[in-house]
Each structure stands twice: as C-alpha cells, then as structure tokens.
Design a protein around this ligand. Structure first.
Ligand SMILES: Nc1ncnc2c1ncn2[C@@H]1O[C@H](COP(=O)(O)OP(=O)(O)O)[C@@H](O)[C@H]1O
Ligand SMILES: [Mg+2]
Length: 145
C-alpha cells in the first residue's frame, strides 16, 4: 500500500473499552472514509467494525447483492456504510466483478476485513489499521498517508 505513516497507537484490554477506542479512531480520521483492517482470525476486526458502525449511528442492515462479502448498513440520517469481508475472495478480478470499486469510491464509509487482495485498487487516502493480540490485550496501529 505504499508508504504510510503511523498516526496513532491504541492498546485496550477488552470489549468494554471498545466504545472509547472507536470514538478515538473516528476522531483521528474525520476526513477519511475507507478503512483497511488487518489482523489474524479472531483478532477482533468484526467486533471493532461493529462498534465503529454503532458510533457512526448505524441503525439498520440493508440487504446487499453480495450479502456475505459486502454488508450494507444505513445510519439514522440515511447514510450508507459498507462492511466488507474479503476472506473468501481468491483474486482481484473477483473483487472487481462484484463491484468493489463502486463501494470504495462511493464516498461512503467502507470498513474492509482481509483487504490485501484489493491492495492495488484501494484509494490513496485509505486508513490502515493493524490489530495485534498480545497477552490479554489488543494493540491497534493506525496508519494514514
Ligand atoms: N477487544 C476484545 N477483547 C476481548 N475479546 C474480543 C475483543 N475483540 C473481539 N473479541 C472477541 O474475539 C472473538 C473474535 O472476534 P472477531 O471480531 O470476530 O474477530 P475477527 O473478525 O478479527 O476474526 C469474538 O468472540 C469477540 O467477542
Ligand atoms: Mg471477522
């Protein structure tokens, strides 16, 4: 993903701190819309994304043509938020064929699990978040360009 600069490092111990963590992330990235979230299976990517969505005011889940890959949510003020899990995609062509670029460049919030397969088509102003699990706590590193 080219050169990125670490903006923020957050450590937290458990789910009860996640609301504050999500608020802090959103406060540091107010001008950004696309978030590529890396971390091993079980690191807490989905859990973090759900909290980010809650903090953005997501109030409902809409049906999506590619449901298991792209979940489409809606906020109380009718903004769409996309949550993608690309784990099952094998190639970038597959991602393109389901319209990933339209989501990425829609101007809506996009939170992406397993983003490496689409590294080459991510927007320049993507936020990269790495989640690492250590003894009983999580470390988040947040990078922007
Ligand atoms: N900060 C956390 N502290 C403790 N448990 C967590 C935390 N974040 C996630 N979990 C738990 O870890 C498990 C996997 O989380 P999940 O978000 O599905 O991971 P991923 O999407 O990275 O595979 C879930 O049972 C979730 O409740
Ligand atoms: Mg997940």
């Amino acid at each position: 993903m080219g050169t990125m600069y670490k903006q923020l490092e957050i450590s937290y111990y458990g789910i009860d701190e996640l609301t504050d963590v999500a608020k802090e992330i959103l406060n540091f990235t107010t001008n950004y819309r696309v978030f590529a979230i890396d971390g091993e299976m079980g690191a807490g990517k989905t859990t973090l994304i759900k909290e980010l969505c809650t903090q953005l005011g997501v109030s409902s889940t809409l049906s999506s043509p590619t449901y298991s890959i792209v979940n489409e949510y809606s906020t109380a003020s009718d903004q769409k938020v996309f949550h993608m899990d690309l784990y099952r995609l094998q190639t970038i062509e597959e991602a393109v064929s389901i319209g990933i670029e339209e989501y990425l460049y829609s101007g809506n919030y996009c939170f992406i699990e397993w983003p490496s397969i689409i590294a080459h088509i991510l927007p320049n102003d993507v936020v990269k978040i790495d989640i690492r699990v250590a003894d009983g706590f999580r470390n988040l590193s947040i990078f922007t360009r």
